[in-house]
Structures are given as C-alpha cells and as structure tokens.
Design a binder for this molecule. Structure first.
Ligand code: COA
Length: 372
C-alpha cells in the first residue's frame, strides 16, 4: 500500500462576471415582458404574475454576490436568459475539455509533473456535455496523458467521490499519478428565468493531482482518509437524459434543468453533512481541535456557518472555514476545491483539514488531509 497525496491543484475561472444587480435587472426585465405577454391570463386569474427578484434577497438568503460565467450576454438578454455557447464540431475540443485542460495544466505545473506521467484522468462533474466518448478520455488525449480515463457524476459531491476513487487506486498501486478534474458549466443547466433559483450557480473548472506521497516533488497534502455516503432524495433533481430529449418536450419541460426544494435541502442535508464529517474524523481518531481548516461545499453561507459550528463545537474563527461563494456562487462539485486551492498555501507541516462536498443524491464526501 502507498500513501496517497494531493500534490497539485488548479482553478480555471471564466473571464466574465455577473453581479447580483446585473442579474436582477435582467430577471426583472424578463418578468415584466412575460407579465405583459400574459396580461389577459393574469387579469383572468388563470396564471400568477412573475414577481421581481432582488439583490438584497439573494445576498441574505445565500451569501452570493457575483458569479463567473462563460457567456454573460446570453444570460442577461431578457428575451433569452440562457448562455450562448457555440456548438462545436466533433473535430474541435469540447467546451468542458477545454476548461478542464486549463485547470489540469495549472495543477500539473504545481505538482512539477509532465502530463505524460499521468496514468488516470477522472472527469467528475454534475453534468456532461455528451454521453460518450467520455469527456475524461478527450481530456486525457488533449493533455497527452497515458493510462486510462473515465467520467463520473455524483452531482455536487463529484469532486470528493472522484478523489476517493483516485486515492484508492494510488494507494493500491494500480495507478501512480492521477488527475481528478471538475469542469462545471452550471450556467447551462440553470433556469435563469426561475426566481427561486436564478441566482444560485456559476461556471468554473478545478483539478487536483493525486500521487504517492513519496513521489511528491514539492509542497503537498497527505490524504489521511476519504469517506463517501449517499441517501436517495428527489429534492435536487435534473431529469435531462436521452430518454426524454425530444424538441417538443424541451420547450415545456422545466424539469430538464436544475430543480430543487431548497428549504428541504437545507433542513435534511445539514445534519447529514455535519454527522458525516464528525463520524469520519472519529474513525480516523481526529478531534475537532485537530482541524486547522474546513473547505466546504459552496452553496450557501448560512449552511456552511452551521456545519462549521457543529463540527468545531464553536463559531469558526475568520479564515478557519473560508467561503468563495460570494465571488463564484455555487459551482457544484468544484466549490470545495476552489476554497482548498485558494486557502491552503499558508498551512504548515502537520496542519490538518477537511475537504467536504455535498448535494444531490443526497450525497456527501469528505477527504481528511494533512500538510506534509
Ligand atoms: N428575490 C426576492 N425574493 C425571493 C426570491 C428572489 N429571487 N426568491 C424567492 N423569494 C422569496 C420567496 O417568494 C419567499 O417569499 P414568501 O416567504 O413571501 O413566500 C421568500 O423569498 C423565501 O423563499 P425561499 O425559497 O424559501 O428562500 P430560502 O430562504 O429557503 O433561500 C435558497 C433559498 C435556495 C438560497 C436556500 O433554500 C438554499 O440555499 N438551500 C440549499 C441549497 C443547496 O444547497 N442546494 C444544493 C444545490 S447543489
């Protein structure tokens, strides 16, 4: 058995930002257009008018201030409310592979590894732009990596589930150097016309390099333990799939995009996540006081405040549990890895932390790490 370690990490951040104010202005213009179009039905009491959104609500309900997206104009066009992402030919790199490549290159540079030394690529994300060939195999090809590659999807928990799979293979010796990459184009599965959730998501890609601790060339974190759990729930769901994909259905099927019962998610996932982290720590013989940092899934600030308090048994000090959701919004599986990538450089030898992602399934994955 070999000791697995995270030896590199990287984040691809799109160039375009949408602020809450810009988003709300576009949404309200869309709502006004829709209400005007449906004035007779609204007057007859047959349909409800769409209410205005507000930046104040978004900030207080979620903690989100901005989000990065691949295409701002399409999202903010009140007659469209959907990104314009050029359909690519089969001979061009796909959109997901392209952003993944950027994050992987940064992670490999940090690890001091050439792509040819990689023998496993896992593309772990909550949506994949096609069924097959696997996006991961395309990334492997673009990188010039060896070995094998596959896609996996555990929604917002994809990154930690991917890390568990890669770490187990490094531990057993079946692979020597793995990349887990999370290209998340959330803007294309969000319904930007739905007031209840239009503010939630942003786009990003993250990557981590996992290899033997003994092979590490620079600063790295030992993976001390991984733990994953799932429990079926319909409260976060996206029904898009090949059985349902006809043009007619696409026009009127709201459930072909991200759907959630946010209040229930809040209530049901919170206890599941804090209990999961605590029992994982207990299994590894870790105490709350051992934790220098929590890098949590980035969906909601109140949710993270609650989990941090429950796990540490006190209100976390500033910096102990860094959030990035104010800048990135919810980036599905990538959120906890962005937080880790941006807020782990200052940790010292022996410092311990937990990366935890959670979401649809329900699913929760935790990775206990220690600075080597
Ligand atoms: N602007 C203004 N008001 C809005 C609004 C908007 N964009 N969206 C909803 N509201 C209103 C609602 O109409 C409701 O008003 P009412 O009380 O008069 O009926 C009120 O705000 C509360 O709405 P609700 O949807 O219950 O808000 P919330 O406090 O639960 O916050 C979420 C919504 C989505 C931010 C929150 O539930 C959440 O983060 N849940 C967990 C999300 C999560 O982790 N999901 C995983 C995804 S991967």
């Amino acid at each position: 058995m070999y000791q697995p370690a995270i030896t590199g990490h990287g984040v691809f951040t799109p160039e375009q930002i949408i602020t809450n104010d810009e988003l709300v202005e576009a949404f309200n213009a869309y709502a006004d257009l829709w209400n005007a179009d449906h004035a007779p039905q609204i007057e007859a009491g047959e349909v409800e008018p769409i209410g205005h959104s507000s930046s104040e609500f978004i900030l207080s309900a979620s903690g989100i201030e901005n989000r990065y997206v691949l295409d701002k104009d399409g999202v903010l066009d009140p007659t469209r409310m959907f990104p314009r992402l050029r359909a690519r030919s089969d001979d061009e790199p796909g959109q997901m592979a392209e952003m993944a490549l950027d994050a992987c290159t940064k992670a490999l540079t940090m690890a001091g590894r050439d792509a040819s030394e990689v023998d496993l690529v896992i593309c772990a994300a909550s949506n994949h732009e096609r069924a097959y060939p696997a996006i991961a195999v395309e990334i492997q090809n673009l990188l010039g990596a060896g070995g094998f590659a596959f896609d996996m999807n555990v929604a917002c928990s994809s990154a930690t589930f991917g890390i568990q799979a890669a770490a187990d293979m490094v531990r057993s010796g079946s692979v020597r150097c793995a990349i887990v990459v999370n290209p998340e184009i959330c803007s294309a599965h969000l319904e930007w016309r739905d007031r209840d959730c239009h503010f939630i998501f942003g786009d990003v890609a993250t990557a981590v390099v996992i290899e033997r601790d003994a092979d590490a060339k620079g600063d790295h974190f030992k993976i001390c333990g991984t733990s994953c759990a799932t429990k079926f729930s319909n409260n976060i769901r996206n029904n898009n799939g090949f059985l349902r994909r006809t043009r007619d259905q696409m026009e009127d099927r709201r459930d072909m995009q991200f759907m959630q019962n946010g209040r229930k998610v809040f209530k049901e996932v919170l206890p599941m996540v804090s209990a999961h982290i605590l029992s994982h720590m207990q299994a590894e013989g870790w105490q709350a006081d051992d934790l220098k940092r929590l890098w949590l899934h980035q969906a909601n600030k109140t949710m993270n405040d609650f989990i941090g308090k429950k796990v540490l048994g006190r209100v976390p000090e500033p910096g102990e549990q860094p959030n990035i959701l104010q800048d990135y919004a919810n980036t599905s599986s990538a959120g906890s890895i962005i937080a880790f990538s941006k807020y782990s450089h200052d940790l010292q030898k022996g410092d311990k932390g937990v990366i935890c992602s959670f979401g649809a399934g329900y699913s929760v994955g935790s990775v206990l790490i220690e600075k080597a």
